[in-house]
Ligand binder design. Structure first.
Ligand SMILES: [Zn+2]
Ligand SMILES: [Zn+2]
Length: 340
């Protein structure tokens, strides 16, 4: 039996590489040799506080690209050698939500990198449909970014797009910066981003934000309004703390929308008169569906998306990669595998 390095999170703050059996494809599955796999905010959440759905240990990794090296029974042998990226959530296709096309809300979701071992390994095994062929001209580094951009594409779709709209993004982590790029690629009139960390504001400016602001400054709403020529049509909250959700609702223009994209928990106090009298819609956005990946491919290839990757660390040194990501200065850390 051949073995390979695989990253496991075994408890709070505990992440390391173990030798694990190299996966074999079951019926309908493919084995992918990893090129790049991105460390996501949700992986850091799992490292700090556990996974929202599952107990430790977890073998994470859901933002990945690579090469199909083995195919299981029932999968076209011609897929061997195909360059692919991971669509890491497999919906059942049968439940109430799947029948209505809302596969992201599926009752029986199987997550690669959560329910089943993920892509922080030299190889990973997934249902064939979860390994999507890379479009022509896409690099492996770009392909490992399609999944986070699918989150962005989904959110923007929930508000009917942002063409001609003004947008405020709260939070300058990787999803916040991806929202900035996604909104600009979707013809937003202007985007401002807020983050307390100066380096993240600097990155947002370099990626095309009209302004990047410190949310702790007094009278944020007046400053944002001055930059955008009025309150934003759409506020995208990538932090999702009680304070940022409150701030987002207060920022949005009358009739505007607040998208809650960050993963938060617990109650938040909101002024009912703002929701009702000002018709501000607060909309949760959870993951994505297959069509969001089509749009995400366009955004990734049509923008400076690769600039989000600020560090690349070999898979065997994954613990160092996690430490870099935890330190908070990086936008996106990629772990590199043998197909890179
Ligand atoms: Zn992710
Ligand atoms: Zn379902």
């Amino acid at each position: 039996m051949s073995t390979m390095p695989q990253v496991w999170i075994t408890g709070p703050g505990e992440v390391g590489v173990r030798e694990a059996a190299a996966p074999l494809p079951g019926p309908g599955e493919v084995v992918v040799e990893t090129a790049f796999a991105g460390i996501c905010g949700s992986d850091l959440h799992t490292l700090r506080r556990g996974h929202p759905w599952l107990p430790y240990p977890i073998a994470p990794g859901h933002e990945a690209s690579g090469v199909v090296v083995e195919v299981g029974e029932g999968v076209a042998p011609s897929r061997r050698g195909e360059h692919v990226y991971l669509q890491p959530v497999v919906a059942c296709g049968r439940c109430f939500y799947c029948r209505r096309g809302r596969t992201n809300l599926c009752d029986e979701l199987v997550g690669v990198g959560s329910h089943v071992p993920g892509a922080f390994a030299d190889r990973f095994v997934v249902p064939a449909a979860a390994a999507r062929p890379m479009p022509a001209g896409m690099t492996f580094a770009q392909a490992a970014l399609v999944e986070p951009f699918a989150t962005v594409a989904h959110a923007l779709r929930l508000v009917g797009g942002v063409a001609g709209a003004t947008v405020a993004v709260l939070g300058g982590g990787s999803i916040g910066q991806a929202c900035l790029l996604g909104a600009l690629a979707s013809d937003a009139e202007a985007v401002v981003l807020t983050d307390p960390v100066a380096g993240k504001r600097e990155r947002a400016r370099s990626l095309g934000a009209r302004a990047a602001l410190d949310p702790t400054a007094p009278d944020l709403r007046a400053v944002v309004s001055a930059e955008l020529g009025g309150r934003p049509d759409v506020v995208i909250d990538c932090v999702a703390s009680p304070a940022t959700v409150q701030s987002a609702v207060g920022l949005a223009v009358k009739g505007g929308s607040v998208l809650v994209v960050g993963v938060g928990h617990g109650p938040v106090e909101l002024a009912i008169e703002v929701l009702q009298d000002q018709e501000v819609a607060v909309i949760g956005s959870a993951m994505y569906t297959a069509e969001d990946f089509d749009r995400a491919e366009e955004i990734v290839q049509g923008t400076a998306s690769e600039q989000l990757v600020t560090a690349v660390v070999p898979m065997a040194q994954a613990a160092e990669g996690f430490a870099l990501a935890v330190a908070g200065e990086q936008t996106k850390v990629h772990l590199s595998g043998p197909a890179a």
